[in-house]
Design a binder for this molecule. Structure first.
Ligand code: NDP
Length: 252
């Protein structure tokens, strides 16, 4: 049997947080699998570079100025994707921030950023996309959760809460739409070498997180992109609901 190397030929995907890390690697993997790809994030220069790379590889690409904390921008991103790329088959809700730190004495602005991005962002994007997917009777929404959505720790409370929310929202939506042909999947990475820890504002938390990432061989963004690809390339009757991927050396 010959392997189909472009299983997403004719499909359209939208990836949030595509300007770096897991989102960037996922956009590349989806494009290499044949999908037309809409790439959204706030840093336009990074999206420009990625768009050039994807187009050089022969993909159809749409760049989206997208801040997922803004509902109107999320609605517009989905609408433009449908109009300019001709549909929407795969939505990867990947944009996220991990502003680790203890709760006592924390700056609630960190909490607002995490909830607005990791939770409301996923909800706004999903709200914009789901009716069309239900109407077409197919589609994949893949939400980027985390080991932190299953394992609470000191110093990660609000990040934990944000990913717990993603898991609960995803499972509820899965039950709502799965019989209508729409698959809702969760990918839950352990430590992945990306820019995620660069944005932590509490100095001790930042040092602690960066130390943890250097004490083991972490995952690479590509390792998670492969998990996303696995979910969205299953036959229509197979729904991989949840994939937890840790570095082999990560105990918890
Ligand atoms: P990066 O920091 O490399 O990527 C985060 C991406 O999210 C960037 O593209 C960033 O783009 C985007 N983003 C952040 N805020 C917004 C916003 N308001 N609107 C739109 N885009 C936004 O980190 P990762 O690749 O590691 O993170 C991707 C996801 O993976 C996150 O949801 C994270 O929680 C999750 N994850 C990561 C793990 C890890 O160890 N790295 C482990 C478990 C889960 P820009 O700033 O240009 O807007």
């Amino acid at each position: 049997m010959t392997e189909n190397t472009r299983p997403l030929e004719g499909k359209v995907a939208l990836v949030t947080g595509a300007s770096s890390g897991i989102g960037e690697a996922t956009a590349v993997a989806l494009a290499e699998a044949g999908a037309a790809v809409a790439i959204g994030a706030r840093r336009r220069d990074r999206l420009d570079a990625l768009a050039t790379r994807l187009r050089d590889g022969g993909a159809r690409v749409l760049q989206l100025d997208l801040d997922v904390t803004d509902e109107a921008q999320c609605t517009a991103a989905v609408a433009r994707t449908r109009e300019e790329l001709g549909g929407l088959d795969v939505l990867v809700n990947n944009a996220g921030v991990m502003l680790l730190g203890v709760i006592t004495g924390a700056d609630p602005e960190d909490w607002r950023r995490m909830i607005d991005t990791n939770v409301m962002g996923v909800m706004y994007m999903t709200h914009a996309a789901i009716e069309g997917m239900v109407a077409q009777g197919s589609g994949d929404i893949v939400n980027m959760s985390s080991v932190a959505g299953r394992q609470a720790r000191v110093g990660a409370g609000v990040y934990n809460a944000s990913k717990w929310a993603v898991n609960a929202f995803s499972e509820s939506l899965r039950q709502e739409v799965t019989e209508r042909g729409v698959r809702i999947g969760l990918v839950e990475p352990g430590a992945v070498a990306t820019e995620l820890t660069d944005h932590i504002t509490q100095a001790d938390a930042k040092a602690g997180a960066q130390k943890m990432y250097t004490e083991m061989v972490p995952l690479q963004a590509d390792d998670i992109a492969r998990a996303v690809l696995y979910l969205v390339t299953q036959p229509p009757h197979v729904a991989v609901n949840e994939v937890l991927v840790r570095p082999t050396a990560q105990q918890r």
